[in-house]
Design a protein around this ligand. Sequence first.
Ligand SMILES: NC(=O)c1ccc[n+]([C@@H]2O[C@H](COP(=O)([O-])OP(=O)(O)OC[C@H]3O[C@@H](n4cnc5c(N)ncnc54)[C@H](O)[C@@H]3O)[C@@H](O)[C@H]2O)c1
Ligand SMILES: [Zn+2]
Length: 514
Amino acid sequence: MSNVIVTGFMGTGKTAVGQEVARRLGRPFMDMDAEIEARAGKSIPRIFAEDGEGAFRQMEAALCEELSAQQGLVIATGGGALVDPTNRALMMRSGTVVCLTCDVDEILRRVNKADNFDRPLLDVADPRAEIERLLEARRDYAAIPWQIDTTGLPVEEVAERVVALADVITLPVRYPGGRYEIHVGDGLLAHVGGALRAAGAHEGSRVAVVSNPVVAPLYGAQVEAALRSAGFRPLACSIPDGGQHKTLATVATLYDQFLAGGLDRSGTVLSLGGGVTGDVAGFAAATFMRGVRFVQVPTTLLAMVDASVGGKTGVDLPQGKNLAGAFKQPALVIIDPTVLATLPAEEIRSGIAEVIKHGVIGDSNLFVELTQVANRQLSKSHIVRALRVKTAVVEEDPYERGRRTVLNLGHTVGHALERLSSFALRHGEAVSIGMVAAARIAGELGRADPRLADRIEALLTAWGLPVRCSPFDADAIWEAMAHDKKRQGRSLRWVLPRAIGQVEIAEDVPQETV
Ligand SMILES: NC(=O)c1ccc[n+]([C@@H]2O[C@H](COP(=O)([O-])OP(=O)(O)OC[C@H]3O[C@@H](n4cnc5c(N)ncnc54)[C@H](O)[C@@H]3O)[C@@H](O)[C@H]2O)c1
Ligand SMILES: [Zn+2]
């Protein structure tokens, strides 16, 4: 169990909040300053006076090292403890670090109320100027993604937010030349700003929030407020809703909005929406001024577990889907599953098909768990597990030259069915049918247990997905597949499941079998 570490400036309530967090989580609490005093056998002002600040900082560093090697603690650090990058890195590796902030007036009020003799750093003629100077020196705290402004908040409320942040799951994704983090947690929309600062965007820079008329009224204000409170200047940008607008013309309207709003190369494009918004905004971010920072805040299940990760962005051309695009790795992905509450049921269902697909490709436990879920209630842990399958595959094959093909399980038949139905079948529904077809083919060819297809079919059905493609005849489907841009040479590429959690790529599937 990882630690929960509460840090921040003096007067932000680290100790009181830490104690309350420990009480709520039923975990041991450690106050670093108190521990240092106990070990030294004297107060911090005396350590400062008799041994100097250097000696105190050494004790602090030693304690950081010791505590970060332990687990399950709630730790309140000293106000300056994590300014040191080594201390900060140790603590961030050992658990969730939350930085409490507060406005200067309230800090002054709070420390004036408390016993000032305890605050050697404020034992000066002009405490306000000193606080401002110290705050400036602690700008590096911006490297901590989770910041809570405690101004005007009671301890209980701050503790509740810390506890929620302790639940966040972070997945690192590596790609050639860099890495980024995917954070998954309830309520994370409120932390987009802090996370973006930690991902390297500068205070005061522009952030173009690209959304659409469905999603912006629901979540736009919250995201913009979070950006503003972290010191960014948000710029609301809009694209029309619907896959038919995933076009170059829409990208051009974004360039116009970026230029009119003063986005420059130091700026960031943030996608707030489903896969369509992510693909369009990502392509615009990849090309605007030869590329600006890009952040994904996916709001559909499909975008959370699939489209927002892996760096593929692009638009459709009149000749076909996704024909123009770029690899654009995000600097950050923020997933707040609470936004799924407003997503229509049929969109959830479509996303579930990809979650199940990820189970079949690489996580048999996920598959089994999904068979045991009551009332079709997906949890955060399902989203995380599905994501792990996708991140593992894209890390191995960042530019889609080989292994990444496995993500197309169910898509060979699926794409053909989408086209034949003139897109009346949703993507997820088509993939669902396609997965069952692939499993039947694998069974037919003796490459998988024939009961595998039944298991996959049963799970898809339980989640309300279709599994048969009766209205179309087999020859038409074969013809449509032959047009698929994913074909290689003369033979179609198939992704066939061998068992739950294991797939292979095959090119030698005879038409008769299909
Ligand atoms: N880049 C990739 O790797 C990748 C992978 C898979 C799919 N895709 C692309 O993703 C697109 C499909 O994405 P999608 O399924 O998310 O569709 P979408 O973006 O069109 O979203 C579906 C609908 O839900 C609405 N919506 C989004 N979030 C909502 C919320 N929280 N509450 C209420 N309504 C909400 C949208 O406005 C839209 O009307 C396709 O264009 C596909 O090509 C890309
Ligand atoms: Zn898909």
